[in-house]
Design a protein around this ligand. Sequence first.
Ligand SMILES: [Fe+2]
Length: 245
Amino acid sequence: MRYLIFADIHGNLEALQAVLDLARNKKIDHYLFLGDLVGYGASPNEVIEVISKLQPLSLVRGNHDKAVAGLESTDMFNPVAATAIEWTRNHIQPESKEFLVNLKKGPVRLGRSLTLCHGAPFDEDYYIFGEFDAAEAFNHLKTAIGLFGHTHFPVVYSLKQGYLEGQLLVGNVQIYLEPEVHYLINPGSVGQPRDRNPLASCGIFDSERRTFELYRLKYDIPGAQRKILAAKLPPSLAERLSLGI
Ligand SMILES: [Fe+2]
């Protein structure tokens, strides 16, 4: 099986299109989305419409999805993020909101080997930012492989015989997943990368070959930026897309 692993689209339709073009070329069997369809970007309804048609699709909600759905207040968000959530709440169509309201809370298990979560297996809102956080996440992981998003940084943590190691993934890379090792993998962000690489980020997990490939993809950044500015969202949300921050 070949799985597309992707997270944190944040209303960026242009970046999503680049990722789905890759998925078509690489013959994906199953789409695994790790939360944050909306927030920040100017195309929340379009993104939800495209995602809702993908088959088969397994997904969990993100903190921005929850907030736009009205399931959480914006108190915990920074001012720019809160402004974008407010904008998205005002522009979301009823059927899109319904889709967000019904998203599953992670962690969600898929078969015997995969767990999907937005933040961490023990808390959907927790950020795994280093080995200390990853150690706690491995304590709660019930499968060999955990997939997470939320930080917008592509990274792989491995746990082999009690030894934990983190590896930031830079550029297009492929890693081999050893059978006796446990992994926590973040495919980076589709629509708002923050690792100073503005290219859209996603991954492909091939369960037969036991490989995870990270892809960084060019997309129409100026187009996404124009929409953000035309929507009167905070201009910094457009600027950051070309900087990858
Ligand atoms: Fe996010």
